[in-house]
Design a protein around this ligand. Structure first.
Ligand code: GDP
Ligand code: CA
Length: 316
């Protein structure tokens, strides 16, 4: 069993490759829920949906969020009525939020609802939210503490970041399936997808049971750098690193994770940094990490799995 930790776009890109490379019983994808929020009375789980839509092959490849072939009738009608439209929800996408909200109100756990939605979309691999209880990412900025979507969507990541809080993490309820996997002793490696370290991966690691499990591991943790050639392919990861005083590079990312990661997968463009990362005590694999299509995702996923297996054998 391999466990992958994923945020949205970068997470989904590797997850879809892993799902092509591994049978369903050999892979569990644990997804960030720190971005989750309620909007227009609906329960929205942006990263879960990005991963789910990608694995179902119905994602919007242009935006990186939402579904392909969307229509916007509801948003248009909402605008006409003077409703809030800063967070865009397509008509098809809305169906997911309606069902999720209804099921949550009926008392069903998010993990069960996610499995139901994924199954309906024909997904065979297990997608598990990091928590069944709400965890809210908050961004500390020069303009005060902002909720994640306020910072990310409404203010388009403009405020300078000073740090992050994950409200609810301490008492997060780890989904039963994830608890079972953690206790099973059967996990061969944990893969950290190339997701934003601060607002996608850190919230997952802020859940005490997940963090404790990884810190006490007898398996390797392998991470794919989300920074390629000193930039983030999408989103504010590089900007956040600079604002927090880190170098926005694969080396900066490796330093950020420190001893939590045993093996790094970095892009060919960053090959010159391999030695410096190795000097911090980590193993490094240099390869193409830009997953511009499914074939590239699968190719990278296979390499990451092989690398993790080699590390696991070495530590035996
Ligand atoms: P979000 O939740 O949608 O913001 O997405 P994530 O946190 O999962 O991913 C954002 C990160 O993914 C950014 O730092 C990007 O640089 C990185 N990323 C996106 N696509 C790729 C890719 O193809 N390769 C690599 N190495 N990183 C990627
Ligand atoms: Ca996200």
């Amino acid at each position: 069993m391999i466990v992958a930790l994923a945020g949205g776009v970068g997470g989904a890109r590797l997850a879809v490759g892993l799902a092509a490379a591994l049978p369903p019983r050999a892979l569990t994808i644990v997804v960030n829920t720190g971005d989750d929020f309620e909007h227009l009375g609906l329960a929205i789980s942006p990263d879960l949906d990005t991963v789910m839509y990608k694995l179902a092959g119905i994602e919007n490849a242009q935006t990186g969020w939402g579904r392909a072939g969307e229509t916007w009738n509801c948003m248009d009608a909402l605008a006409q009525l003077g409703g809030e439209t800063w967070f865009r929800l397509g008509d098809k996408d809305l169906a997911v939020h309606l069902l999720r909200t209804q099921a949550l109100r009926q008392g069903k756990p998010l993990s069960e609802i996610t499995r139901m939605l994924a199954t309906q979309l024909g997904i065979k691999h297990e997608i598990v939210p990091m928590s069944d209880s709400p965890v809210h990412t908050q961004v500390r900025t020069a303009s005060g503490v902002l909720s994640f979507q306020d910072y990310f969507v409404r203010r388009q990541c403009r405020p300078r970041v000073r740090g992050f809080r994950f409200a609810g993490a301490r008492t997060a309820q780890v989904p039963p399936l994830l608890q079972k996997i953690i206790g099973s002793g059967k996990v061969k490696s944990v893969l950290i997808c190339p997701s934003n370290p601060y607002v996608s991966v850190a919230p997952i690691l802020s859940v005490p049971a997940i963090r404790a499990w990884i810190d006490a591991r007898d398996f390797p943790v392998v991470a794919v750098s989300p920074i390629v050639g000193n930039v983030a392919l999408k989103g504010p990861a590089a900007k956040m690193m600079r604002e927090l005083g880190s170098e926005a590079s694969a080396l900066g990312i490796a330093r950020h994770y420190g001893g939590r990661v045993d093996g790094w997968v970095i892009d060919r463009q960053d090959a010159r940094l391999a030695h410096a990362i190795e000097n911090t005590g980590r193993s490094v694999l240099v390869t193409d990490t830009v997953m511009s299509n499914r074939a590239r995702s699968t190719r990278l996923a296979k390499k990451v799995v092989d690398f993790a297996q080699a590390l696991a054998r070495r530590s035996k």
